[in-house]
Design a protein around this ligand. Structure first.
Ligand code: F6P
Length: 466
């Protein structure tokens, strides 16, 4: 079996203690590497005044973890800049927040070059290299320049935007051209894959030369959609932990005679938190009888705090949560708990289990693993209801959730009302179908499908040529 090298901007290998943060990518990659005794390469999370290129190597749970520090200017221009002020907002349909700055683009190219130079000596001839997410689109191109001929795959964890929107990005063409240095590019959903193909065909004179195979820029590229799943077996174990049970009991005791609605998201404008808060407020306005019956808990650990748009959304959410509580609280109760703190995954599992509704309403999301974990945490005999945005990639698989337009506080309020009133037999019926999907299409199935396709790309090319 070839060794698997996984590359991602953020590398946080699991501690095995369940204390990892919100953000599904790192958990998924750790699970993906299991059984491969592979290598995981990326940023250490630290910065130094100048780039040193020095590798820190550790062996964790059978996986070699190799990290490198970024230079302070890289952090500003590549991470905060091009990745999180340009690509992230644009790919999440926030053209209004998208900043175009030449220095950001230069920083992005520079870091991809530096990553390639640092990673190059670690690559052996039979390795398969799997690169993740929007931070690292040009990495294969830089590795090819250094003579790497190995199979290299790329997986985009976030949405690929519609063709017309993508063309608003200065330098959109070279970015797509860089993707043609991979053997396989994977998307979360068929819709994102289609948007990419549309771009290649209409903007780069591309053509289909076989099933899931595109030709453009004088090269041939395989594409596919691979919906990422959660680590179902690990989560199952965590559900049985004492810590999860303690948290479940604590939350159950805190909400006796009341129904708990829970949301858990990184504090990001793409997560639809303002609209969600307004949806909860609308529920309270329209249903005075529910006011003492429900409690909403929103956990939102701060994220990317160096980026202004994140500071601004935080300030708006502070004001909105204060307003809702000020408006509806009484001396002996308050309807809303808004917590800017990170919780361990096992604690979150306990909180999900104690809640009647999981409210997951991103305005755009590549996949969203919180909704899958919410489902996995439910008591099969008395499960809660998932209210899910139709614009999360997961909505394609999770059709038995109550699907809503996350831009509409009215729709959110209606779905909450329906969820809170849903009888047990319907809750069980919906939950069974969701749980079956979450278990079947888990992270191992995702990894295996992608890696098998990456391994098979050479044969497919041969077959096309003959
Ligand atoms: O899932 C998208 C993603 O950007 C991942 O690449 C990343 O690890 C996660 O969200 C959290 O974001 P950040 O690494 O910027 O804290």
């Amino acid at each position: 079996m070839s060794r698997l090298i996984v590359v991602s901007n953020r590398v946080n290998p699991p501690t095995g203690k369940g204390d990892e943060s919100v953000g599904g990518l790192a958990m998924a990659l750790a699970a993906a590497l299991r059984e491969y005794s592979g290598l995981w390469f990326g940023w250490s999370g630290k910065t130094t005044p100048e780039f040193t290129g020095q590798l820190a190597m550790q062996r964790i749970d059978g996986v070699t973890v190799a990290t490198v520090d970024l230079e302070e200017a890289d952090y500003d221009e590549y991470y905060n800049g091009y990745a999180n002020k340009t690509l992230w907002p644009l790919f999440h349909y926030r053209a209004d927040l998208t900043a175009y700055d030449r220095a950001y683009g230069e920083g992005y190219e520079r870091v991809n070059c530096r990553f390639a130079e640092t990673l190059r000596p670690l690559i052996e001839p039979d390795d398969m290299v799997w690169i993740h997410d929007y931070h690292l689109i040009p990495l294969a191109r830089e590795l090819r320049k250094l003579g790497v001929e190995n199979r290299i795959g790329f997986f985009l964890h976030i949405p690929w935007p519609a063709h017309q929107l993508f063309t608003t990005l200065p330098g959109h063409r070279p970015l797509v051209e860089a993707l043609f240095d991979y053997d396989l590019v994977g998307f979360q959903t068929a819709e994102f894959q289609q948007a990419f193909e549309e771009y290649v065909i209409s903007e780069a004179d591309g053509e289909h030369v076989g099933p899931h195979c595109l030709k453009a820029f004088g090269r041939t590229l395989h594409v596919g959609s691979y919906p990422i799943g959660m680590d179902a077996s690990d989560f199952g174990k965590m559900m049985k932990s004492a810590r999860a049970a303690r948290m479940r009991d604590l939350m159950t005791a805190a909400t006796v005679f009341r129904q708990l609605i829970v949301g858990v998201d990184r504090l990001d404008y793409s997560k639809g938190l303002e609209e969600r808060f307004l949806g909860f407020e609308r529920l309270l306005i329209d249903n005075p009888d529910l006011r003492r019956e429900v409690l909403m808990l929103q956990i939102a650990p701060p994220s990317r705090e160096g980026v202004e748009a994140y500071q601004e959304i935080r300030a708006r959410l502070d004001a909105l949560s204060g307003r809702i509580n000020g408006e509806f609280s009484d001396i002996d109760w308050a309807p809303f708990r808004y917590v800017n703190k990170n919780y361990r995954r096992d604690e979150l599992a306990g909180i999900y289990c104690a809640s009647k509704v999981g409210l997951v309403t991103p305005l755009r999301d590549g996949m969203n693993l919180v909704c899958k974990e919410y489902v996995a945490a439910q008591n099969p005999e008395d499960p809660g209801v998932l209210v899910l945005s139709r614009f999360a990639g997961a909505a394609r698989q999770m059709k038995e959730a109550l699907l809503v337009n996350p831009n509409s506080p009215e729709e959110i309020a209606e779905a909450l009302k329906q969820a809170l009133a849903m009888d047990k037999s319907e809750r069980i019926r919906r939950w069974r179908a969701l749980f079956e999907n979450v278990q079947r299409e888990d992270v191992t199935a995702w990894r295996d499908a992608f890696v098998a396709d990456l391994a098979g790309t050479a044969e497919k090319l041969k077959a096309l040529a003959s």
